[in-house]
Design a protein around this ligand. Sequence first.
Ligand code: GLP
Length: 244
Amino acid sequence: MACVMKIEITDSYEALSKAAAKKAANYINNNPGTLVCFAAGDTPLGTFKELLLMQKEGNVDLSTVWYVGLDEWVGLGIDDKGSCIKVMHDSLYNYIPKERVRMFNGLADDIQKECSEIYEWIIKHGGIGLSLLGIGRNGHIGFNEPGTPDVEGCFTVELDEVTKSVSKKYFGKERAVTTGITIGWRTLLDSQEVILLACGINKAQIVKKAIEEDCTPDVPASMLQKHSTLTVILDKGAASLLDQ
Ligand code: GLP
């Protein structure tokens, strides 16, 4: 299917967050009962703040949809600073009915079972409706690291060196993380709508590769070009190397 990529370049992180929240709220308002997948990471934090504000003002009801976690660091749980589950609960899910949310448990004894259960949750809710994703400096989406194969569902991935070194910013210290658990890019591509967010000059080069160069699993975010209605929301820094 041909891609109709929409690129929105905003003036600031605040503007990016507002634009993303507006788009996500619009999806949620128009598609109650569907499944939403929000990335953790720093980039969407402003979006979550805006969504909660919109909910307070009566412009969206976040409890009308279901949620699934995108990824997690294997070995980390809700009490660990920087784990995806903690970030998402602190910034959004504490304000949403518990039964609406299913995130990966990075501490599960049986990680393969965890992968199957998350995929079952996705299937049970009719696939992912909206995916709101960030991009890693190496082009990863979720923990689909460079070279992650085209596999349906969820799986564990050996973390890339870039991801390991960037990870310190979440944990506030060195942690020996080696493995990630993620929804695969193939399943993300099946989402009804995909929004990709990037902000800051340090993402400019990888954003250019992801949206202006050929699709390749070596830059997992570039695979999103195959989505029929991809929206990319950037700030000026992240957009600074784009041709147009
Ligand atoms: C992290 C996560 C992704 C996230 C990406 C970008 O490691 N695995 O889900 O979207 O990298 O993170 P940030 O928004 O902090 O730059």
